[in-house]
Design a protein around this ligand. Structure first.
Ligand SMILES: [Zn+2]
Length: 257
C-alpha cells in the first residue's frame, strides 16, 4: 500500500484500486484527528468510550478528505448481513446505519465506511458494473465467510462477475499476532489448515482463499500486509490496547469522476 498525505489526515491506498478514477478509497490511520488518550487521535467510532462530539469532528475530517462525499456507516455486529444501497432504490435507503457487517453500492457520491481495530476491512470493486463493497471481517465473520456472501450479493444485485472484481484487505491482525488459544472451540476444523505453530492463525490467507473461491482472480487481490497489533503506533489495535478507537476504511464511487 502507498501512503498519501494531502491537507487532511494521512491515509493509505491500494495501488490497483487507485488506478480507477471513477472511485475513491482510503485506509485512514489513527493520525490526524482530535481524540485524546487511548483514542488518539482519528477515532471514528461511537460507543467505545470516546467523546461523541470529538468523534463527530473526526468524521467530518474524513468526509472532507473524501471530497465531501456522503459517509454511510453500518452498525457492525460481527455477523454476515450485507446492506445494499442501490441506485434503483430497491435496497436500504442511505442514511441511518443499518445493522450489517458488509455494505455494497452502485450509488455515486455515497462512501461506505467500515471501522476496525484488528478486524479486516475488505474492499471490493467491480469496474465493469461499477459497484463497490466494504466488508467488516473479524474472525467470527471470517469463519462465516462474509467475503463470499458479499461477492455473491454483488452478483445478485448488480450482475457483477467476481472475475472482474478487485480486492484489497486492509491493515488487520496478522499471522504474527492472530493467537487463538481456544481455537478448537472457536474455529471450525476446516480452517485449522491456516494454523501456524500452536495456536496462531493466518486470517489474511483465509481471506485470500475465500476471495479466490468466490471467483476473484489471484492477481486482482492485494493483502495490505500490515499487522495492526505490531503497528499499534499507527493503527488502533484492540488486542494490543483493549480500550482504544477504530480507524476508518472508506470506498465509494465518485459523483463527478
Ligand atoms: Zn503482528
Amino acid at each position: 500500500m502507498r501512503r498519501v498525505q494531502h491537507n487532511g489526515p494521512p491515509f493509505y491506498q491500494f495501488s490497483h484500486l487507485a488506478h480507477f478514477p471513477e472511485i475513491q478509497h482510503a485506509v485512514f490511520t489513527r493520525d490526524g484527528g482530535e481524540s485524546a488518550g487511548p483514542f488518539a487521535s482519528l477515532n471514528t467510532a461511537v460507543g467505545v468510550g470516546d467523546d461523541p462530539e470529538v468523534v463527530a469532528r473526526n468524521r467530518t475530517r474524513i468526509k472532507t478528505a473524501m471530497g465531501g462525499a456522503r459517509l454511510q456507516f453500518a452498525r457492525q455486529v460481527h455477523g454476515v448481513d450485507v446492506a445494499v444501497f442501490s441506485a434503483d432504490g430497491k435496497g436500504v435507503s442511505p442514511g441511518d446505519a443499518p445493522e450489517a457487517d458488509a455494505m455494497i453500492t452502485d450509488i455515486p457520491g455515497l462512501d461506505l465506511i467500515i471501522q476496525v481495530a484488528d478486524c479486516q476491512a475488505v474492499l471490493l470493486y467491480d469496474p465493469v458494473r461499477r459497484a463497490a463493497a466494504n466488508i467488516h471481517s473479524g474472525w467470527r465473520s471470517s469463519v462465516a465467510n462474509i467475503i463470499g456472501g458479499t461477492a455473491a450479493a454483488m452478483t445478485a444485485k448488480f450482475g457483477s462477475d467476481p472475475a472482474d472484481m478487485l480486492a484489497g484487505v486492509g491493515p488487520s491482525l496478522g499471522p504474527c499476532c492472530g493467537e487463538f488459544i481456544n481455537y478448537r472451540e472457536e474455529i471450525p476444523a476446516p480452517l485449522w489448515k491456516y494454523r501456524i505453530g500452536d495456536h496462531h492463525f493466518d486470517f489474511w490467507a483465509v481471506s485470500r482463499d475465500q476471495l479466490t473461491a468466490s471467483g476473484v482472480r489471484e492477481e486482482n487481490i492485494r493483502i495490505g500486509g500490515i499487522c495492526t497489533r505490531c503497528r499499534a503506533d499507527r493503527f488502533y489495535s484492540y488486542r494490543s490496547e483493549g480500550r482504544t478507537g477504530r480507524f476508518a476504511v472508506v470506498i465509494g464511487l465518485r459523483k463527478n469522476p
